[in-house]
Ligand binder design. Sequence first.
Ligand code: SF4
Length: 478
Amino acid sequence: MVKSKVKFFNDSSNEDDKNQSFYIDKIVNYLQNKYRHKDMPLAYIHTFGCQQNVNDGEKIKGMIALMGYGFTDSAENADFVLFNTCAVRENAEDRVFGNIGALKRYKTANRNMIIAVCGCMTQQKHIQEKIKKTYHHVNIVFGTHSLHKLPEIIYQAINTDKRIFDVESEESEIIESIPIVRQSKIKAWVPISYGCDHFCTYCVVPYVRGKEKSRTPENILDEIRGIVSTGVKEIGLLGQNVNSYGKGVSPKINFSELLKRVNDIEGDFRIRFMSPHPKDANEDMFDTIANCEKVCNSIHLPFQSGNDKILKKMNRKYTADEYLNLVNYGKKIIPNITFTTDIIVGFPGETYEKFLDTIKILKQVKFASVYSFIYSKRIGTPAEKMEDLIPKKEKSDWLREMLRYQEDITLDLNKSFVGKTVNVLVDEIGKQQDGFISGRCDENILVEFPGAKSLIGNFVKVEIKDYMKCVLIGKKID
Ligand code: SF4
């Protein structure tokens, strides 16, 4: 048998992980025999949704690469197709089903094609049933808690005509050491916790991602040291609620202490995190940011609604005033701090008057940008049963009104940067003009300026000369 060249789950003592190593070697062997006189097989991996999903997608790629697959950007050319799905909004689910349906003709042309669907959508019973009944060309369905078993699942699929459904209701422990192929050589997201215990009434995440579990600080810090040693310049700490980090970890540690320990790692890099929950965010978090030179002065702090009655119905456990107090404290102690946020428009029970409370928060905080969506009913959540009287058309009008306010706020904020010097991590070619390069400043606003491509992957001090709606224009300071 041909052994895979890279060790799989190499520092794990878990028997289940060693098992995966066994299956990966079997798949390598199988593919080498099957494709003996042809090009090696190709995999197409498409991830929908949030950064957590993107991180899972990187791990899927890590495992797939070890099996001997190459990667392609086209599902049509692939021998293995995987959709890593998101369940947060209905339209994301519709898109996934559209994509799965479109694969049918490719599979007719290539009978060997293996099609897999995983992620938050597949963790839901009604979705599993729909795929079982309607999408017969899908070979594999696995849930968020079965991710690390992908080699075993694929090995079963290539050895049987049966369809594989592997969805577990809960993961017993965090699986470390899963191989990973990262999307970027400049920025990397590192999960510090998984799952969520908060049960906001509109949200499906606690049901599909399970109970909140924190990684140990040793595992997190080791991973970050390894990433930084490869030249990565931005580390993003990832969790559904980073502020409740530390549950079940012994000796006790909280998010601020973790942030300090990440900040103490040697190297030329900066730190972001996503997302804090306003109910658990506190002055200590802002004090820590103010004292940690590597932590960026931009915070994504989702407020969802500016009306206390709606916040209560959402089970968010803070009031609009408490949210504003936090923001004002952050503004007082951290120079140039910027905020971004998430907003749900048209939650059940929201009226136009209540919606105006959200606009009030928008005007008071002056967010750099907002991620706003019309409420999307999710099966199995408490909000699914709430009376929802406002027509979709009216909610769309509210959303448009809100975005008009936000556009002016963003423009004003961007204007306030003119004349200031910002620290930009250059990560790609600019789009505004030939010869421009671009990246985000510490305040998380896009900046473009004339510069050499060789600066990509470096921090550059840039003086801001002009501004537009979505970008600051500057000049490199020599
Ligand atoms: S904090 Fe609320 S919105 Fe965020 S993942 Fe948990 S339940 Fe969902």
